[in-house]
Write a protein that binds this ligand. Structure first.
Ligand code: ATP
Length: 302
């Protein structure tokens, strides 16, 4: 069931459209990736949803909110470049932000302790934030964003600036947190979206050009590719492969033949039976699935 509905939501800056009108609904306990290149409008959507920017048109409604209620109580937001008081300890910082959210001191301490443990900062809770690594700061940022138990957690490029270890820690944490809330995060690194999200929103020039689950988009934009190499010159085989009925496109890259087909099973049988009949010296035969990059390019160009 949808926890949140956006109707006709758009944002202009000084008359220039940054996000065109969009209708969307987000389900509970889903991790949704907002993907698009620089300037596509990702931050604008997140800042508008977080209440930091006023939408130019449209509305944002949580399922069980009262009319005219402040949506901020339902939303947690971690900006792309969060700022912390580096002289505070992680625990002091969380107690401080909890109190800013009108949570009483005892409850604030309780929540801070429990979240520090949940985000893996138990051992560092009394250290100054200035000494935290990038990944630790990002996990502390996530803890502050959920201190008031929001239904929707929004993260702007949460892992783009992290090293592989920090990136892994944050992606694992997101995977854990989506059991309790819906997560909407932006990224231009498509492999991160592939790894952690259930659904994708593809954004281009302020337009949602495609949306849906990874499986749905994969099947819609499926490109089936086969790559073959031979122990002698590929030019000896290109003509025969191009002539096979299920082969749509055939190019030579770095000494191997790249084949595009819309019927992977038949193409595989045709190539392998030709190779066996003609005794081709095959040295590699690989089938690859559509990458998110390819999907994005197809969606943008369709
Ligand atoms: P990035 O990945 O670079 O952060 P983005 O997808 O988050 O990009 P936005 O920052 O939302 O994109 O920007 C969308 C468009 O709105 C861009 O053309 C940008 O120049 C413009 N824009 C963003 N903020 C403002 C602003 N405060 N005033 C005017 N134009 C803005």
């Amino acid at each position: 069931m949808a926890i949140l509905t956006l109707k006709n939501l758009s944002k202009n800056y000084d008359g220039k459209t940054a996000v065109k009108p969009v209708d969307l609904a987000f389900d509970a306990q889903k991790c949704i990736a907002l993907i698009g290149p620089n300037g596509a409008g990702k931050t604008t959507i997140l800042r508008t949803l977080s209440g930091l920017l006023k939408p130019s048109t449209g509305s944002i409604t949580f399922h069980d909110m009262e009319p005219k209620e402040d949506i901020r109580k339902y939303i947690g937001y971690l900006p792309q470049y969060p700022s912390f008081h580096s002289w505070m300890t992680g625990k002091e910082f969380l107690v401080y932000v909890a109190q800013l959210a009108y949570i009483g001191k005892n409850e604030a301490i309780k929540r801070a302790e429990s979240l520090l443990s949940q985000v893996g900062l138990d051992d560092a809770k009394n250290q100054r934030i200035g000494k935290y690594s990038g990944g630790m700061k990002q996990r502390l940022g996530i803890a502050q964003a959920i201190i008031h138990k929001p239904k929707l957690l929004m993260l702007d490029e949460p892992v783009s600036s992290l090293d592989p270890i920090g990136r892994r820690e944050v992606l694992n944490l997101m995977d854990e947190l989506k059991k309790d809330m819906t997560i909407l995060f932006s990224t231009h690194i498509l492999s991160d979206a592939d790894e952690v999200s259930d659904e994708l929103l593809l954004l281009h020039n302020g337009n949602i050009v495609e949306e849906g689950s990874l499986e749905f988009l994969r099947s819609k934009y499926q490109i089936s590719k086969i790559e073959v190499s031979f122990s002698d010159d590929v030019d000896n085989y290109t003509k025969a492969i191009k002539a096979l009925p299920t082969v749509q496109e055939c190019t030579i890259e770095k000494g191997s033949i790249h084949i595009i087909t819309d019927d992977i099973n038949s193409a595989r049988s045709e190539i392998l039976s030709e190779a066996s009949k003609e005794n081709w010296p095959l040295s590699m035969f690989t089938i690859s699935r559509t990458t998110l990059e390819e999907m994005f390019m197809k969606a943008v160009n369709s």
